[in-house]
Design a protein around this ligand. Structure first.
Ligand SMILES: [Zn+2]
Length: 188
């Protein structure tokens, strides 16, 4: 179900008043409308279907060497503060007959990122979905992200990056495979 923009606008107007602002001043006149649209867009990953995103862009491939896609840009909203966290996502997998079309991994990341999230859960959802969609022999996902809820609220963590990873299948069972993934994405 799509969100009711008119309702969200009214709530944002009320929020502005509660924060001591005057929603009738010039700069804020269109703010409720903009915020409603922005929030709807930033959470719309929760309302799209996986079929739309993947859209049969899976290809047959006989190779079983590791596929790595590095530095997928990532923007999400932390569900504790509804503030952005952003960074990069690295995905590696070992195919078992099928691979993703080039742009699909990025779209998959967007689908899971554009909703209220936790970085740990986001990392796991991506790895599980890659595993499931292509029937991979193993998957590794690493996300490096900075959280505005930490950076902006002055807890002296302005420069800290949170790193999460999730490994499945042969990436979990096989140390050498996991090490290969970590060295290819540039982290130990
Ligand atoms: Zn937060």
């Amino acid at each position: 179900m799509e969100p009711n923009l008119t309702k969200i606008e009214a709530l944002v107007r009320q929020l502005l008043v509660e924060l001591g602002e005057d929603p009738r001043r010039e700069g804020l006149l269109k703010t409720p409308e903009r915020v409603a649209k922005a929030l709807t867009f930033l959470t719309h990953g929760a309302r799209v279907s996986l079929e739309e995103v993947i859209n049969q862009a899976l290809f047959t491939q006989t190779t079983s060497s590791m596929v790595i896609v590095k530095d997928i840009e990532l923007y999400s909203l932390c569900e504790h503060h509804m503030l952005p966290f952003f960074g990069r996502c690295h995905i590696g997998y070992i195919p078992d007959g099928k691979v993703f079309g080039v742009s699909k991994l990025a779209r998959l990341v967007d689908m899971f990122a554009r909703r209220l999230q936790l970085q740990e859960r986001l990392t796991e959802q991506i790895s599980q979905q890659v595993m499931e969609s292509v029937g991979a022999r193993g998957v590794g996902v690493m996300i490096e992200a900075r959280h505005l809820c930490m950076m902006m609220r002055g807890v002296e963590k302005q420069n800290s990056t949170m790193v999460t990873s999730s490994v499945l299948g042969v990436f979990r069972d096989h140390l050498a495979t996991r090490e290969e993934f970590l060295s290819l994405v540039g982290r130990r």
